[in-house]
Design a protein around this ligand. Structure first.
Ligand SMILES: [Fe+2]
Ligand SMILES: [Fe+2]
Length: 199
């Protein structure tokens, strides 16, 4: 396989507006609850790929590894919630960002596989971009340290999926579709109102 790609970087994403940081700082408890859910859902999405595409054995080791890391992130956010006396609500609200990304996926098996893997990359890189921005503005020392560490850990997740796609598609096809998705994701994130949520 060719050397590690650098097809997706934080700078390729539409920058998050300051209004989002204001919304998060105004209700950190709500943000932490949503963040915990996002980590758990990320692990679920990766294991969903392992279930749906289990014939593509090359993806399984790294997807399982990444899902474990996401579960560890869930564990650490859950510990933060517990220390702060914040309880997870019994119901989970829909995430309009994830819904809109999923609606744009193509339907053929190969196309769907490619789109879902690219979405994973974009969602991970968006996490890096937002956690980094939030860490810069947080006053709470514990949270500032936590998000400083987290965005670095998430960075590798932003490229893993693209790298795995190279087992099945040529670079040009991946790059072309990724470019389309970068623009779609920018449109989606721009249109969402600023809320104390990860997206
Ligand atoms: Fe994570
Ligand atoms: Fe991640």
């Amino acid at each position: 396989m060719a050397e590690q790609n650098n097809w997706l970087k934080v700078e390729d994403l539409r920058p998050t507006k300051d209004e989002w940081v204001d919304a998060v700082l105004a209700d950190l408890d709500a943000f932490l609850i949503d963040h915990a859910n996002c980590e758990r859902k990320a692990a679920g999405m990766m294991m969903g790929l392992v279930a749906k595409f289990s014939d593509r054995v090359e993806i399984i080791p790294e997807l399982v590894e990444t899902a474990i890391e996401e579960l560890e992130h869930f564990q650490s956010v859950f510990e933060l919630l517990q220390r702060r006396g914040i309880r997870l609500p019994p119901t989970i609200e829909k995430d309009p960002y994830m819904q809109q990304l999923h609606q744009r996926c193509r339907h053929g098996r190969d196309q769907r596989f490619m789109d879902l893997m690219i979405i994973c990359s974009l969602v991970e890189m968006r996490g890096v971009e937002r956690f980094k921005k939030l860490a810069e503005h947080l006053q709470d020392e514990e949270l500032k340290k936590y998000y400083e560490k987290l965005w670095r850990e998430e960075q590798n997740h932003g490229v893993i999926f693209l790298e795995l796609l190279r087992h099945y598609f040529d670079d040009e096809a991946i790059r072309k579709r990724l470019q389309w998705w970068i623009e779609e994701e920018a449109r989606i994130i721009d249109a969402l109102p600023p809320r104390p949520r990860v997206h």
